[in-house]
Write a protein that binds this ligand. Structure first.
Ligand SMILES: Nc1nc2c(ncn2[C@@H]2O[C@H](COP(=O)(O)OP(=O)(O)OP(=O)(O)O)[C@@H](O)[C@H]2O)c(=O)[nH]1
Length: 377
């Protein structure tokens, strides 16, 4: 039997004004993808499978950006057609990035993605790249940048090498105020940590140890040399990752209240939640990016240890406060009980009602590869 692949693929929208550094960031992701297969849709209306691009060594020049505007020129059905191709199991992609034209209204693209009826598409966030050195001038010419920042899930303040510390501080304050709850990371040359956008692939066919040096490795090597031999240490400087594990089930109402008021800067949450008596048969896979939240119930395996395991990724997170807030979401044991057990659980009706808040965000799992229509069509 073929091992099931992820049934839903995150689709990330990469936006930003002309010259802000979108292509640079995309190339950086391609060079540091660690086996993750990335599909890219660019606004010359082509869908490019990235493995072919990296192998050819033409990453930068192959992504020729047309003059068109993706969200105007590609109507919903065309975008759906590209996504349909790229989300097919045969493409074996782990993440798809749509690079929006410098002039595109990114919120249109986000709306199209959220409205897509392709069951394999999972919204992966809106990343807005900002040219730190040009922000003031761009804002004068294009006041709509405020609107773009307001809807972004992650703001990448790029080209910070071109401004001084005081200007940087002031700019961060302005951008943070405009972007509300979005995480803001400062970088040079688009070097965000790829883990902000996608997880390293856990691919069964990945030849991890024995593989040959690839072109991608060479590109990365030469980039390091250019940076003065330092390893890509700044990669990890820009974000924090906080994990939380509990063997006491979560109280669904408290957990939803936590999610509804999650702190600014928290860009992604992923993992699994155990709601105990709320749904003893399933764990709930959780995917949150920016303000977007989705649960997918998945049956517990018989022997599986019932745990809640969450990873939170963002910028400027207060790890202690987050863990504390999550600990407070745990279901209370019954008074006097030494440890929670089946007898302590609330009555079934109340437990079910408590799940209503969670069920608002539930999407049934998409079929896995074996159930798909033939891909070659
Ligand atoms: N100094 C400096 N230059 C950068 C940085 N990031 C990108 N650049 C340069 O900025 C220019 C524009 O970068 P691109 O990645 O092409 O920007 P883009 O947003 O894709 O541009 P469009 O396709 O025109 O919208 C290129 O010459 C990059 O080499 C940075 O952090 N610092």
């Amino acid at each position: 039997m073929t091992p099931p692949r992820a049934s839903q693929i995150p689709v990330v929208v990469l936006a930003g004004f002309l010259g802000s550094g979108k292509t640079t960031l995309l190339n950086h992701l391609l060079r540091n993808r660690e086996g993750t297969r990335i599909g890219v849709i660019v606004n010359d209306f082509g869908a490019i499978e990235i493995d072919a691009m990296t192998v050819s060594g033409q990453v930068g020049s192959t992504v020729s950006l047309g003059n068109g505007c993706l969200c105007c020129a590609v109507d919903a059905s065309e975008l759906d057609a590209f996504l349909e191709t790229l989300t097919r199991p045969s493409a074996r992609l782990d993440v798809i990035v749509i690079e929006a034209s410098g002039l595109a209204e990114p919120q249109e693209l986000v709306r199209m993605l959220l409205a897509s009826d392709n069951p394999h598409v999972l919204y992966g966030g809106l990343v807005e790249v900002v040219d730190a050195a040009e922000f003031g001038r761009v804002r004068e010419r294009h006041p709509e940048i405020d609107r773009h920042l307001a809807v972004a899930d992650l703001v990448v303040l790029n080209k910070t090498d071109r401004i001084g510390a005081a200007e940087h501080k002031e700019l961060r304050e302005t951008v943070t105020a405009l972007s509300g709850p979005a995480a803001v990371v400062s970088v040079t040359h688009g070097r965000i940590d790829p883990a902000l956008l996608f997880d390293p692939a856990l691919r069964p066919d990945r030849e991890e140890k024995t593989r040959q040096l690839t072109f991608e490795d060479l590109l990365r090597e030469s980039e390091r040399e250019r940076d003065g031999g330092g390893h890509a240490g700044h990669l990890h400087a820009a974000y924090e990752s906080v994990d939380f594990t509990s063997d006491v089930p979560l109280d669904p109402r408290r957990f939803i209240a936590f999610l509804d008021s999650r702190p600014d800067g928290l860009y992604r949450i992923k993992g699994f939640a155990d709601f105990g008596a709320g749904d003893p048969a399933n764990r709930y896979a959780l995917h949150a990016v920016g303000r977007f939240l989705r649960f997918v119930p998945q049956p517990w395996a018989g022997s599986e240890r019932r745990l809640t395991q969450l990873v939170m990724i963002g910028a400027g997170l207060d790890a202690e406060a987050l863990r504390h807030a999550l600990a407070a979401c745990r279901a209370d044991p019954a008074p006097g009980a030494p440890a929670p057990g089946p007898a302590d659980r609330p009555d079934a009706g109340d437990a079910e009602r408590a799940m209503w808040g969670v069920l608002r965000y539930v999407q049934e799992a998409a079929p896995v590869s074996g159930e798909e229509a033939s891909p070659g069509a």
